[in-house]
Design a protein around this ligand. Structure first.
Ligand code: CP
Length: 321
């Protein structure tokens, strides 16, 4: 693997899961692999889990780590070519990215959707500039339209906790006070479509995810019907993806609190286990009692971020030798 931006970069998911479970048993097994190799983690947006788990993963592999918070102490970066740079942006990404590449062996990038231009977000303009100009392997630490490290950790968590061979997994929209990107639900759909699960997506009308991520998944607008027989409930908010009405891209169309996952919602399921990528707004997305219940997987799910990142970095290190 040279770059890691979506599920296709991972290849056979059964093989990836076996590798993840092997690493989980002995996370320092490949500690020599990253000796004298440097990971640069570039954050355009905030993070708790990604920052800590990816750094820990690099340490598991014996790597050195540099972290750059672009918005805290670095020069403000221009991303558009052809702009007369007479404003507050002192440096262009086209110089900054190859300079960053000169100090490291692998680059992880976190850059969320801006919601200004759907095409810029959905063509992953920032992430692809790192791939094009850094001269280094690049992996997504959550980009505009995908969060594959999270989706891989989610898959590992489902594999570890499933109680039937082919569980029913439901991705449900839930309300939130701010407009959030579609990266997590897009990637979750992308990975569940490749996994050995019965996958259903439920959301209010207008929140249709991009067809390239939904693919053949069943979409059920009635949340109660979707929850019936579910083994895993994966809750997440996302702003309007602009699929049916491009002019609504990035807007909040609903804050309908009847979609908040509470004990009554969970009673519709097959005693489902609850999942969320975190951070989560309690009593908007999920009630206190559901997230604190013994059927909540949010903490082991976050812990598996270390494992998914270790597998990805290991594979990139094996590629670059
Ligand atoms: N789930 C996740 O990516 O968390 P952070 O935003 O804290 O990194």
């Amino acid at each position: 693997m040279r770059h890691f931006t979506n599920v296709k970069d991972m290849g056979d998911l059964h093989v990836a899961l076996q590798e993840a479970l092997e690493i989980k048993k002995d996370r320092y097994k490949y500690v020599e692999l990253g000796k004298h190799k440097t990971l640069l983690m570039v954050f355009f947006n905030s993070s708790l889990r990604t920052r800590l788990s990816t750094q820990k993963a690099a340490m598991n592999l014996g790597m050195n780590v540099i972290v750059l918070d672009v918005n805290q102490g670095a020069w403000k970066l221009e991303t558009e070519r052809g702009v007369i740079m007479d404003g507050d942006k002192s440096e262009h990404l086209l110089e900054a990215v190859p300079v960053m590449g000169s100090y490291c062996d692998i680059i992880g990038v976190r850059s969320f959707a801006h919601f200004e231009n759907r095409e810029d977000d959905y063509t992953e303009k920032i992430l692809n500039q790192f791939i094009q100009y850094s001269g280094r392997p690049v992996f997504s630490m959550e980009a505009a339209t995908g969060h594959p490290l999270q989706a891989f950790a989610d898959l590992i968590t489902i594999e570890e906790h499933k109680e039937t061979k082919r569980p029913k997994v439901v991705l449900t929209w839930a309300p939130h006070p701010k407009a959030l990107p579609q990266a997590v639900p897009n990637s979750f759909a992308d990975w569940m479509n490749e996994a050995d699960v019965d996958f259903v997506i439920t959301h209010p009308e207008g929140y249709e995810l991009d067809p390239k991520f939904v693919r053949g998944a069943k979409v059920e607008y009635d949340q109660k019907k979707a929850f019936e027989g579910a083994d895993f409930i994966y809750a997440k908010n996302w702003a309007c993806p602009g699929v049916t009405r491009p002019e609504d891209y990035g807007k909040i169309l609903s804050k309908d609190m009847s979609w908040t996952v509470d004990a009554e919602h969970m009673s519709w399921t097959n005693n489902a286990q609850f999942m969320h990528c975190l951070p989560v707004r309690r009593n908007m997305i999920v009630s206190d009692d559901v997230i604190e219940s013994p059927r909540s997987l949010v903490i082991p799910e976050a812990a598996n971020r270390e494992i998914s990142a270790t597998v990805v970095l290991k594979r990139i290190l094996e590629e670059i030798g």
